[in-house]
Design a protein around this ligand. Structure first.
Ligand code: GSH
Length: 215
């Protein structure tokens, strides 16, 4: 069985795993999890991920959820690509940023994704100002950490593109819609533009849009 990636392609967490696979040249079959039809709330989907969330990787009997675990798995299958070096300190630095993504960056950005994008996409009302205020606080606390790193280095874990850039940078897939308050962070903006210019980003973006059913 081909490796399958179950995704709702407009989500940055989905883009994270399809972009990783595309960048690494891992062949995969994308499977649409159509949120508008509640496809993630079926018993079949719960069998793949009891959290009823995407993305999910499925490969024969093996299933894997949590987008950063999927990025690590894909990157470790293609060691020659350099996204996840073997050397313990280099690997740990990448894991550190991926855990930071799950703990701090994704939750901060997700507020803007939900309030400014998801609500509009699914007709769920206007952005809540209290939530935007909470998002602004989280961005103000966390973005300077990433900015300082990107002022010193071209990429998140140093001077080479790694799995950490894929994990953190995928959020920019929806930046135009989500309106993250990140304009003042010049290092982050330079890095995001760099990532978006990669051929793998452009291919993954085109493939993601092609997957979306007509609305
Ligand atoms: N930490 C998880 C988060 C996955 C997640 O929350 N996915 C959302 C979409 S971006 C989802 O499937 N939501 C379905 C729901 O809330 O019912 C990951 O990175 O994979």
């Amino acid at each position: 069985m081909t490796l399958k990636l179950h995704v709702f392609p407009l989500s940055p967490r989905a883009f994270k795993v399809t972009w990783a696979a595309t960048h690494l040249g891992v062949e995969f079959e994308p499977v649409l999890v159509d949120f508008s039809k509640g496809a993630h709330r079926t018993p079949e989907f719960a069998g793949l991920n009891p959290n009823m969330r995407m993305p999910v990787l499925e490969e024969n009997e093996f299933t894997l959820w949590e987008s950063n675990a999927i990025v690590q798995y894909l990157a470790s299958r293609q060691p020659g690509a350099g996204l996840l070096p073997e050397e313990p300190k280099a690997r740990a630095s990448i894991a550190k940023w991926q855990f930071w993504d799950s703990s701090h960056w994704d939750p901060a950005c997700a507020i803007f994704a939900f309030e400014n994008y998801v609500k509009k996409l699914f007709g769920r009302g206007e952005p809540a100002s209290s939530e935007i205020a909470r998002g602004n606080e989280l961005i103000a606390r966390n973005a300077p950490v990433l900015e300082a790193q990107l002022q010193k280095h071209r990429y998140v874990a140093g001077d080479m593109l790694t799995a950490a850039d894929i994990s953190l940078g995928a959020m920019f897939w929806i930046a135009e819609h989500a309106q993250f308050p990140l304009e003042e962070y010049r290092g982050i903006q330079r890095w995001a533009a760099d990532l978006k210019s990669l051929p793998s980003w452009q291919k993954a973006a085109a493939d993601a849009m092609a997957m979306m059913p007509a609305r």
